[in-house]
Structure formats: C-alpha cells, structure tokens
Design a protein around this ligand. Structure first.
Ligand code: ADP
Ligand code: MG
Length: 634
C-alpha cells in the first residue's frame, strides 16, 4: 500500500492493494443487474459491528462504553441522490480503516471471483461470503464517505473517502459519535436507491431477521425474530424458510429442517437446516461451518468451528445454549468440555434424524444421499466414534438390483445367501464397467450380490469400515473369497474341457518360471468363467483403484509383484497355451506376458504400453499368417 502526502492538510492518500482494484472491477461489472445487494452488505457489516458492540458491553470492557441504543439508521435524500447508513457499533480505528477497507481478507478471493464471475452474477447472494461485500457500494456510488469512531477509549474519529478508482483518503475528524456512518453519492443511473420504497423492500427481502432495529428515515423496518427460541408448533413453514434464507444466504428453502431443544444434561435450542445444494460439488472449495453459536440470542460465534464434526459442515443453522459463559473467547472455546458436549448431543441427534428419515421417507433420504453422501463417507473415514452409525446410512447400487436402485448395507445383509459370511463390493467408474469385469463372473454365476461403488472415496470407506454388522467387507478382487458353498464341487476339476490336474500342475509351474518374480503366485482359478486370467490381492479390502491411489501417494503397498495370478483351466486360450508351449516356447511366453498385462490393466494397474503393443504386433502377425492357411482347427 503506497502512502503519499496529500496537498490538503492532514489528509493521507492510500493506494488500493492491487487485488482490490481487480476484485472491485469484477464485482461492479459482473453483478450489475443485482445492484441492490449493496444494501444487504452494508446492513450486514453494520449488524456485525453492533453484534461485536453488544458482546463487548456484556464482557469486562462493558462498564466503560457509552450507553447508546444499538441500531442501524438509514437516511435517504432523493434530491441529492444520497444514501447514508449509520450504526452505533464498535467503529474502526485508523489501522482498521486502512486494512479492512483497503485489502481483501481471503487471499484466494480474486482468482475465485474471476473463475466464478458468470456463476456469481446468477447467485449474487454468494458475494458476501468472500469478504468483499463492502466493495459492492461502488456498483451504485460515484463517491463513498465513511466516518467512523471506535468504541475504544482514547481513539479519535476518521473520515475515509474514495471514488473507487485507485485508492482512498483518510483524515482525522473530531466530534464523531461511536460507530460508523457511510454515505454514498449515488450515480445518476442508481438514483432509485435514494427512494424509500425501494430500500424498504430490499431490507425486508434480505435483512428481516437482523436482531437490531433498522430505521429507515426514522421508521423501524425489520421484525426481529429469533425463531429458534420459540416452540415448533408456533412456527409456520414459511417462517422457517424465511429464516433459513436469511441465515444461509440462500435463494430457496432448505431440503430439510431439524428443530429441537434439550434440557438435560445440558440446555440447548437448535434449529438446523440441510441446504438444497452441496457447494463443494461445484468446486467451491471446502464449505465453512454454517451453524452459529448463540447464548440467549446473543451471537457468540458465527459459523462456530467445533460445534459439529467437520463432516457436518454443510449443515446451516443456529444453536443457542444458556449454559455457555458469555465472555467465552474463540481460543478457549476450542477445548471447552461444554462445546464437546454440545457437539456430541447435536451429532447424535442429527444422525438419528437421518436414520428416521431414511426409514420413513426413502425418496427424500435418497435425494439427501445423492447430494450429501460424500459427507457421510468422509465421516466414516475420519470419525471413528460415529463410524458404525454412519455406515448404516450408506447407499449403493448392487449387482442384483436394477440400475439406479439403492440399497443400504442392512438391506444387502437381509438378502444374503444363507451361508454367506461376507459383504462383497467392487469399485469402478460406472455400472457398465463393473458388470463387464472378470471379477464379477463368479458372483454372477452363483447369484451372489455385490455392492457396486462408483465413487473414488468408496475404496477408503471400505478400508476404514472393515466390518458391518459383524460381516467382513471384502473386495471382489480379494485372493481369499469365502464364498457361500454351491454344491461343494470345484469347476476346475469337474469341467470336462478343463486341463487335467497333471496338466494344470505342469502349466502352473511353467507360468511361474516365465513370470518369475513379476507376481507373487500363480494358481488355478476357481472363480473364472469367461476370462482366461485374473489378478487377486492378498488384502481383502484392497482394490486396484485403491492400489493406484496409494501408488500416487507413494505409500508402501503391495505392488503387482505381491499379487496372485489366477488362470482359468477350462478357458480355450489356456488350453491352447498348454498345447502350444511344447512346440513354440518363445511364442507361448509372449502370450503369458500379454495375459499378465491384460489382467493388470483390467484391475486398474498401470502397464507399460510400449511392451504391450510390441507383443500385440507379434501376436497379430502370427494370427494373420495362420489365417492364410484357413481357419484353425480347434
Ligand atoms: P466482511 O464483512 O466479509 O469482512 P466486507 O468487505 O463487507 O467484508 O467488510 C470488510 C471489513 O470492514 C469488515 O470485516 C469490518 O472489519 C470492516 N467494516 C465494514 N463495515 C463496518 C462497519 N459498519 N463497522 C465496523 N467495521 C466495518
Ligand atoms: Mg461484510
């Protein structure tokens, strides 16, 4: 920030931080159609300043501060085209004026706004969430004057002026009352914002629940309603919706509402909402906690960090507890046993709510699951205490249900074969890929249901979960499947076309020799039907995609060399391989190497494409040479 001495006495010019100019530009130009939000931004800043003042006056500094009513006043002058908003909040000292109104709070704001400019012009309610709300005034004002005096004893008053162009001036000013007064000289095309009707409507729309009186040209406009403190029966659905829109800055109502109070072991009132959208899915970055902590309607912390576990950060709402000490600070709050108690109470109540919903309203719950399932999965991975309960909320498609139909793990278990001991799952990008996978063959053949998981996070979910209802979760890629018995016979031995056990043993030894330590083990498969080979893993929960993830993360994990290659002794290709290897060992070796690569590839491991392509060429040449002399006798 460049500071230069002005010609005018006592007046200092500051240049805006480079980011500010750019953000201002984006805000002004891409939000042009919804200029009215500047009113809400100014009121929300005033309300913040008043809330801080109320807090201060209730704590140790309280006795020293001047006792003036906490309120917001808006004065309009149609003739001069001016808009003035005044609050009796904490005000700002000189440093705050310079940094808070001249800098951008979040370092990522500019890049974000640039990326999202289009989206933001549709969802203007988002703008306040990025710490750039104040700049919205320059959408309508040619000149902005901020007069402010901090509540702190000994601080003097200041006047801040800017036309939004390159920077701002600050000078000291005597005789100002505590608080902040902001005057906008409206541009000609924004004269409507000096009209009482217009402003009244805007306040009702956005700022109805502000818990301080807002007076417009002397008349009180807002209705103060901390509805969470009232009993459910008295509150209409419209009131809930309106309240939600206000606290969440949302344009439509919530997906669901949970309103309850408890007396023992601790007294609290909670009004929690599930929003309609999951903004993390739109690439907005991590959602900030959205539940405000109050004590007897006085805000203690907005978006309180430890009130709920991180995986419930999508929940919006208000929690009010009389048991909280009023002068609690953010630092001490983190390890307050009381906050942990509230957290536990809220979490188990919320889980119960979801459980009940999934039982009573299947479609409703599935809508929730589709939008917020990722948070449930995150909870399973990160929150040991709630893992089991969360697992009950999981929903998956399965190999025996229709596409789009979801099942819970309990429902899966209820359908298990009488002697089935394990829950089987497979992961992959989509249903079609999984249905075509060789791993599913044996399950299809024996009509054993398999959970189909299409989300990369599911690998982690299954690894962390291990068991559900005392049933082991087992990947279909596992080397040790404890499949329910069929008629007790083994296909590899009973199949007429299969290689004899003597041939099998000698072929197994030979493949082992060819592949050496490329795999840990070679053996006859008891599960393959249509595919010649398959790679299976020693860890029941490990999948190819998990393996790939861990490889990327450079963890010590079983690589290909620790896996087992299984082959299908009834498969035509394997029988031919056994027949040919005596006559043309070199070519048979090429085929084995190719089979390994194919198995690795379909299990999601990376393979060396160059070697694979070279081998493919050799094999194709061979096939074409053969074709010249007519089709092969089988
Ligand atoms: P945000 O409100 O998200 O922090 P804004 O751009 O709206 O971002 O405001 C920037 C900062 O300027 C506020 O955080 C606050 O410190 C200060 N500020 C703005 N308006 C007022 C006011 N009326 N009283 C006191 N401080 C204010
Ligand atoms: Mg703000």
């Amino acid at each position: 920030m460049v500071e230069t001495n002005d010609t005018e006495k006592d007046k200092t010019f500051y240049e805006f931080q480079a980011e500010v100019s750019r953000v201002m530009d984006i805000v002004i130009n891409s939000l042009y159609t919804d200029r009215e939000i500047f009113v809400r931004e100014l009121i929300s800043n005033a309300a913040d300043a008043l809330e801080k003042m109320r807090h201060v006056s209730l704590t140790e500094h309280g006795s020293a501060v001047e006792d003036v009513p906490l309120e917001v006043r808006i004065e309009l002058n149609e003739k001069d085209k001016s808009f003035t908003i005044t609050d009796t909040g904490i005000g700002m000292i000189r440093d705050e004026l310079v940094t808070d109104l001249g800098r951008i709070a979040f370092s990522g704001s500019r890049e974000f706004l640039e990326k999202m400019a289009d989206q933001l012009s549709k969802d203007v309610h988002l703008i306040g969430q990025f710490g750039v709300g104040f700049y919205s005034v320059f959408m309508v004002a040619r000149q902005v004057t901020v007069r402010t005096k901090s509540y702190l004893a000994m601080s003097s008053g200041y006047e801040w002026t800017s036309s939004g162009a390159s920077g701002f001036h600050i000078r000291e000013m005597e005789g100002l009352p505590r608080g902040t007064s902001i005057t906008l000289e409206l541009r000609d095309d924004a004269a409507e914002f000096a009209q009482k009707n217009t402003i009244q409507q805007i306040i009702r729309k956005y700022s109805n629940f502000v818990s301080f009186p807002i007076r417009l040209d002397g008349e009180k406009v807002n209705t103060i309603q901390a509805i969470w403190a009232r009993t459910k029966q008295e509150i209409s659905p419209e009131e809930y919706t309106e309240f939600y829109k206000y606290i969440a800055g949302a344009v439509d109502g919530p997906l669901d509402t949970l309103h309850f109070s408890t007396d023992a072991p601790l007294s609290l009132q909670a009004l929690l909402f599930i929003p309609r959208d999951n903004f993390e899915r739109f690439g907005f970055g991590k959602t900030e906690p959205g539940v405000d902590l109050h004590c007897r309607k006085i805000l203690i912390e907005k978006g309180a960090q430890d009130l709920l576990p991180p995986w419930l950060r999508f929940v919006k709402g208000v929690v009010d507890s009389e048991d909280l000490p009023l002068n609690i600070s953010r630092e001490t709050m983190q390890d307050t046993a009381l906050i942990r108690k509230i957290n536990r109470a809220l979490t188990s109540r919320f889980l119960k709510f979801l459980e009940d919903k999934s039982a009573s309203d299947r479609t409703g719950y599935e809508a929730f699951w589709k939008t917020f399932g990722s948070f449930i999965k995150e909870g399973i991975i990160s929150d040991y205490d709630h893992r089991t309960k969360l697992a009950g909320l999981l929903r998956y498609e399965t190999s025996t249900t229709e596409s789009g139909t979801l099942s819970s793990l309990d429902e899966y278990i209820a359908r298990m074969k009488p002697d089935q001991k394990e829950i089987y799952f497979m992961t992959g990008p989509d249903r079609r890929t999984l249905e075509a996978s060789p791993y599913l063959e044996v399950f299809k053949e024996r009509s054993i249901e398999v959970l189909l998981c299409f989300d990369a996070a599911d690998d982690f979910v299954m690894t962390h979960l291990e068991n559900f209802s005392e049933k082991k979760l087992v990947s279909v890629e596992s080397a040790r499947l404890d499949l329910p018995k069929t008629d007790g016979t083994d296909r590899a031995e009973t199949d007429d076309d299969a290689l004899s056990s003597k041939e099998q043993k000698s072929l197994t030894d030979w493949i082992r020799k060819v592949l050496k330590d490329k795999v840990a083990e070679v053996r006859v498969s008891h599960r393959l039907v249509g595919s010649p080979v398959l790679l299976v893993t020693p860890d029941a929960r490990m999948t190819g995609s998990m393996q790939r993830l861990l490889e990327v993360m450079n963890k010590d994990v079983p690589t290909l060399s620790k896996l087992t290659l299984e082959y299908n002794p009834s498969h035509h290709l394997i029988r031919r391989l056994e027949a040919v290897r005596g006559q043309d060992a070199r070519f048979a070796e090429t085929i084995v190497e190719q089979l390994l690569d194919q198995a690795a590839f379909s299990a999601g491991y990376s393979v060396q494409s160059r070697a694979m392509i070279d081998r493919m060429s050799i094999i194709m040449e061979r096939a074409l040479d053969r074709s010249e002399s007519g089709p092969d006798p089988v």
